[in-house]
Design a protein around this ligand. Structure first.
Ligand SMILES: Nc1nc2c(c(=O)[nH]1)N[C@H]1C(S)=C(S)[C@@H](COP(=O)(O)OP(=O)(O)OC[C@H]3O[C@@H](n4cnc5c(=O)[nH]c(N)nc54)[C@H](O)[C@@H]3O)O[C@H]1N2
Ligand SMILES: Nc1nc2c(c(=O)[nH]1)N[C@H]1C(S)=C(S)[C@@H](COP(=O)(O)OP(=O)(O)OC[C@H]3O[C@@H](n4cnc5c(=O)[nH]c(N)nc54)[C@H](O)[C@@H]3O)O[C@H]1N2
Ligand code: SF4
Ligand SMILES: [Mo]
Length: 698
């Protein structure tokens, strides 16, 4: 028997907290001195299966980064200059509370806007901000920056945000990876798809707007023009009906209007779709033939193709294909996007549901630029926002219409407190900066959007300096601003987790700590909708009733009457025109996660510099050589970067990967200078990959 090795690391269970559908189950090396070593994927977790991305494997780089915020800071120089001086937590929290009370006295409580997102996906640390918000009647946030088009489009067909067990990808005969780039954004999809290829000869198809690593690894890679996926989906359905691959028994039993759909797509041939998508007729025919011949096709539908002004319609159209072939009936078949609906968690304690006042306005997260620059419509015709608390997000980098965002944050009459792990661009604009713990330094509960596990991530090590978790900050501010009493303000993170698990019948803290995770996978019949889809009539809807699709969290928006009744190409994207001849997508970089990890040296050196991927022919037409400094722009502003010649792009399509810090660009303007904040139909969202631009040599 081996003698125990002195000072050998102990392995502890945790879960990746980042905003990523994979939510990996982790094994964390706890070293003898109490510090953290390597992070690995848990091998015995059936979804993670031992695989995590490179950026989290080297997490110690981020945890022990020399630039971590350690102490509360108070701005001393002019706004945005970045000069701060250290103060105590007491002084910092008192200053925040005084500023919030002042804003409330001048304009009412809605002048305060707590602003947050998913920098941590932990339910306690991410969502406790709502409890403070509701307890004071501060402005609410309409979350729109990420999921609205995708979720709405998926639910339009199925009635529910849930689908076939993601582990079934490994048992599919074909995996269609549509509008997501899992090699970069959710590595485990590749694990299971490649298992299917190795063990059963399954084919992998990837559909994107440029040759991503996922497209390159696929058996069939389809590169189409941005925003044209619904045309492809219609043509595929056309071929399926034409060639006898529609499952007519299934259609009759499980869908709302198969005859209408068939008549509708009869006019949407591969020739029709080729003209719209830029794909060849042969590519479309080949893909459709593969789908028709493969009952066990698992459509893994991502977010990327929904970040277009017709994104919800495209998501719905893609999900319809599985209903035409009846793929839903088979193990390894169906269409999956996210499992949000399987976690029936009672979040009333964390979020303070009993305190919600529906009359309080909801401000659109993506329109923070408009909100802070006083746009009356964006302010819902209410008072200005004069005070903010920001947690888990970096809007002065990630939010669209960045020029407006920056103008807003520069306002002298706006008080901003940013609680952060790093001096982000948003933190630089703050009046008070509070230092935050990282996930291994606090307790929380996580749920996997791309799988079916609830996971616990315990505090494994002390946070450095005076870092504190989000929960602490919220409870302390609540106390100082005289928030109404709520038991949630007196509970620890562990108590919140225990309460929520028990209230939701998902066990208890003790159980999940022992077992590490809870597998919440619904049974096969339910996940595959074999007893009917989640609409009252049990039918999958080819003809969505958009106004009744459950809205993520704000009221109906529309314009419903302009949306196509059946799946169709909806020509509402930001078309190229004479002044803006290129279509731009701002796809994710592999080594960054939104703006996270752009502070670590390894990630930055892997990404190089902000480049524009452009086809050689397109570039040469403009007198641009590979590596040249170039400028791209539209009516929202202009950005400087460098040309990187890339093969395999459609003519007129350019790609800028990654949300680099503004300062990484020669003139300090980041990629979101160019993106629009107009709300996408029908329930809002930002069309980050739907931009028209001009391109010039700098
Ligand atoms: N490395 C890394 N991982 C990440 C992130 C990151 O920034 N970097 N972000 C995280 C977050 S917050 C999220 S929400 C997820 C999102 O992950 P995904 O679901 O993968 O969505 P996106 O990253 O927006 O884009 C995916 C792909 O869609 C493509 N795309 C854009 N427009 C179209 C279109 O019209 N049609 C088609 N077919 N494809 C299109 C893009 O080029 C991109 O390659 O990833 C998470 N994981
Ligand atoms: N051009 C372009 N822009 C995009 C996108 C795109 O594809 N293209 N993608 C969009 C999408 S999908 C999303 S989701 C948004 C995401 O944008 P953000 O929500 O801003 O995500 P991050 O940029 O990763 O920033 C999260 C911040 O939270 C901090 N943080 C992490 N954990 C904690 C914690 O426990 N406590 C506190 N106080 N802070 C913490 C991190 O340090 C980090 O600075 O970006 C959007 N912006
Ligand atoms: S793949 Fe996503 S969930 Fe997994 S470790 Fe990387 S960032 Fe975290
Ligand atoms: Mo996202």
């Amino acid at each position: 028997m081996n003698a125990p090795v002195a000072n050998a690391p102990i392995l502890k269970a945790s879960a990746c907290p980042h905003d990523c559908p994979s939510t990996c189950a982790l094994e964390v090396e706890l070293l003898a001195d109490g510090t953290i070593g390597r992070l690995k994927g848990a091998r015995d977790n059936a979804y993670t299966a031992g695989v995590i991305c490179a950026k989290v494997a080297r997490y110690a780089d981020r945890l022990y980064h020399p630039d971590r915020l350690m102490r509360p800071l108070k701005r001393v120089g002019p706004k945005g200059e970045g000069r701060f001086e250290e103060i105590s937590w007491e002084e910092a929290l008192d200053t925040v509370a005084a500023a919030f009370l002042k804003a409330e006295a001048a304009h009412g409580a809605q002048a305060v806007w707590p602003y947050h997102y998913a920098g941590t996906m932990g339910l306690v640390q991410r969502d406790s901000i709502h409890r403070l918000r509701h307890a004071k009647g501060y402005s609410r946030q309409f979350d729109t920056i990420c999921t609205n088009m995708a979720w709405t489009g998926y639910i339009a067909g199925t009635g529910l945000l849930a689908g076939p067990d993601p582990r079934e990808m490994a048992r599919a005969d074909m995996v269609v990876i549509w509008g997501t780039n899992p090699v970069s954004t959710q590595v485990n999809v590749m694990t299971h798809a490649v298992t299917a290829r190795k063990t059963r000869g399954a084919k992998i198809v990837a559909i994107d707007v440029y040759p991503t690593q996922t497209v390159k690894q696929a058996d069939l890679g389809l590169v189409l023009k941005p925003g044209t996926d619904a045309a492809l989906a219609c043509a595929v359905m056309h071929v399926l009906f034409r060639d006898g691959h529609a499952d007519r028994d299934y259609l009759a039993r499980y869908t709302d209007c198969p005859d209408e759909l068939e008549a509708h797509v009869a006019a949407r041939s591969p020739q029709w779709a080729a003209a719209i998508t830029g794909l060849s007729v042969e590519e479309i025919e080949r893909f459709a033939a593969m789908v028709g011949a493969t009952k066990k096709t698992y459509f893994r539908l991502g977010y990327g193709f929904t970040r277009q002004r017709n994104g919800a319609v495209s998501m719905h159209a893609a999900s319809c294909i599985a209903a035409v072939t009846g793929a839903w009936q088979h193990e390894g078949g169906g269409a999956f996007h996210n499992n949000g609906a399987i976690y029936t968690l009672d979040k009333s304690m964390i979020e303070g549901h009993s305190l919600i006042d529906p009359a309080v306005r909801q401000l659109d997260q993506s329109q923070i630029g408009q909100v802070l620059t006083g746009d009356a419509e964006a302010l819902r015709h209410g008072p200005p926002v004069t005070a903010m608390l920001i947690q888990n997000t970096n809007p002065v980098s990630v939010a669209p219409e960045q020029e407006l965002v920056k103008q807003g944050f520069a306002r002298e009459d706006l008080f901003v407190c940013v609680h952060e792990q790093f001096m982000t661009e948003t933190a630089k604009m703050a009046d008070i900066v509070l230092p935050a713990t990282q996930f291994l330094e606090h307790d929380d509960l996580y749920k996997g959007g791309g799988h079916q596990y609830l996971m616990f991530g315990p505090k494994l090590t002390e946070g450095p300096g005076e870092t504190r978790p989000n929960l602490y900050v919220l409870n302390e501010i609540a106390r100082r601003v005289g928030a109404v009493e709520h038991p949630g303000f007196a509970m620890s993170a562990r108590e919140h987790v225990d309460w929520m698990l028990k209230a939701s019948n998902f066990g208890s803290l003790e159980e999940i700590e022992r077992e590490r995770w809870v597998d919440c996978q619904p049974e096969f019949r339910k996940a595959h909708y074999l007893d009917g889809f989640a609409w009252p009539d049990g039918k999958f809807r080819f003809k969505p009733d958009w106004p009744t699709v459950p809205a993520p969290n704000a009221g109906p928006m529309g314009p419903f009457e302009q949306m196509p009744a059946l799946p169709d190409y909806w020509a509402v994207v930001e078309e190229a025109d004479a002044e803006h001849p290129f279509r731009l997508a701002t796809s994710p970089a592999r080594s960054f996660l939104n703006s996270t990890f752009n502070e670590t040296a390894a990630s930055r050196s892997k990404e190089g510099r902000p480049d524009l991927m452009i086809g050689a022919e397109d570039a040469q037409g403009l007198g641009i050589a590979d590596g040249d400094a170039i400028r791209i722009g539209n009516r929202r502003g202009a950005v400087m970067l460098h040309a990187r010649f890339t093969a395999g792009l459609k003519r007129g399509v350019v790609i800028a990967e990654g949300i680099w810090p503004n300062e990484a660009y020669p003139d300090g303007k980041g990629i979101n200078t160019l993106t629009g904040a107009d709300a996408v139909a029908p329930y809002g969202g930002a069309a980050f990959h739907d931009i028209s631009v001009w391109v010039r040599k700098a």
